[in-house]
Design a protein around this ligand. Structure first.
Ligand code: HSE
Length: 418
């Protein structure tokens, strides 16, 4: 598409994001983009837009010759993929905000882009207003990207902030996140970490060229975190955040996970409160860079969709450089992590699975320890996901090798010191 070509949009979904986009586009006439039809599920609902825009027939958009861009912001992943697939087959560019759909259908979406040469832009699907995908795509070379640490789910960050800083209880905080339009229609997707996991799955593709299923990434949400964990965190000078992390190891492979983490007060991510998201990128020569912005909500998400629509005017598409022009990254579970584990009953926690335990605190109701465990043990066993156990990574949790420690221990043993 050339810059003077008019973008004629078929929009799927008129919820928090769809309606936000409608309003934002009306205020951006310079974009030369017009929403021609909007496909919705429920015809009866009152909408803040002219009735003639709306249809419940998806083919009114997908087979409309005037429409050259399909924007899809619905939250049914299967229906969304069906729309994307048909749109591509009908020669239309696609803009999507459906993180679950993208995570579940990444290989097919990549194949469709290759086959048709059409763009598929999805900046709104991760970190809403932060242009993280385009930055990872364009700016950072695979070899120079040492690591990324990010808060990618606004609702969980909002809930943690409201609970532990503003002293709301969990139900109130979640209700507020729902009322403000941050939470998924099934909020368990936020709270239990699925939404962050989905986003992380395709961010890994843009960052490292990794194409994997989300089942291959270790994750949990904030559902098991207790008030006592927040009290320990506070005592130690930490916040608790749900952190998505990827780190390039000396082997060249990539460690990646989405887990709650203690974040020191002087860490960039500690600054990220409420529905904001934050991304800290560590690269070869630039050291750390920090991206910050609203990660959920109507206008912040619509602004990212708008930016993708605008990018279509100069034919922007993702090149997936790390995947197609470099050696794609490879995930590994061969490393160790240092974690804080709290529990009511010791029988819930296989402490013998830990390489070593360096702090132990027995309490009347809740006890905890801090120890180091091989990451593969988290993949193979799910004790750490039980409701009665909180599993929270410590700051800088990844330990690549424990050889040196073991050598030191052996020499102390040989010397008869221990
Ligand atoms: N439920 C999501 C979140 C919406 O809270 O981050 C934005 O993707």
């Amino acid at each position: 598409m050339s810059t003077d070509k008019k973008l004629v949009i078929g929009l799927f979904g008129f919820g928090v994001v769809g309606e936000g986009l409608y309003k934002v586009l009306k205020q951006t006439p310079s974009l030369k983009a017009e929403i021609r039809r909007v496909c919705i599920k429920h015809a009866g609902k009152k909408r803040n837009a002219p009735a003639e825009l709306f249809t419940t027939e998806k083919d009114d958009l997908l087979f409309n010759k005037d429409i050259n861009v399909i924007v899809e912001v619905i939250d049914d992943a299967d229906a969304a993929f069906d729309i994307v697939h048909t749109a591509f087959k009908n020669g239309k560019a696609v803009v999507s905000a459906s993180k679950k759909m993208i995570a579940e259908h990444l290989p097919e979406i990549l194949a469709l882009q290759k086959e048709t040469g059409l763009p598929f832009l999805c900046e709104a699907a991760a970190c809403a207003s932060i242009p993280v995908i385009r930055n990872l795509e364009e700016y950072y070379d695979n070899d120079l990207l040492h690591g990324i640490k990010a808060i990618v789910n606004g609702s969980t960050n909002f809930i943690l902030t409201k609970m532990f800083e503003d002293k709301l209880d969990y139900t109130e905080a979640l209700l507020l996140a729902q009322q403000l339009g941050f939470a998924e229609s099934n909020p368990a997707l936020d709270v239990e970490g699925y939404d962050a996991l989905n986003k992380w799955t395709f961010l890994l593709t843009h960052a490292y060229g990794i194409v994997t299923k989300s089942e291959n990434i270790v994750f949990t949400g904030i559902q098991n975190i207790q008030g006592s964990d927040a009290a320990v965190a506070k005592e130690k000078g930490f916040d608790i955040k749900l952190v998505a992390q990827a780190q390039k190891l000396k082997s060249g492979k990539v460690a990646a996970f989405v887990l709650p983490q203690f974040v020191p007060h002087d860490d960039h991510l500690s600054f990220v409160k409420n529905e904001y998201n934050g991304v800290v990128i560590e690269s070869g020569f630039a050291d750390k860079q920090f991206f910050y912005g609203k990660g959920a909500g109507s206008f912040p998400t619509a602004s990212a969709v708008l930016s993708d629509i605008s990018a279509l005017r100069y034919d922007y598409h993702y090149e997936y450089k790390k995947l197609y022009y470099h050696t794609p990254g490879e995930l590994t579970n061969d490393f160790y992590v240092k974690a804080y584990v709290s529990f009511n009953q010791l029988t819930d926690v296989p402490k013998e699975e830990f390489e070593w335990i360096e702090e132990w605190h027995g309490g009347q109701e809740r006890s905890y320890f801090v120890g180091v465990i091989h990451f593969n043990k988290l993949v193979n066993d799910k004790w750490w996901k039980q409701h009665s156990v909180s599993f929270i990574l410590t700051p800088e949790p990844v330990i690549e090798s424990i050889e040196i420690r073991n050598l030191k221990k052996r020499s102390l043993e040989l010397a008869g010191i221990i």
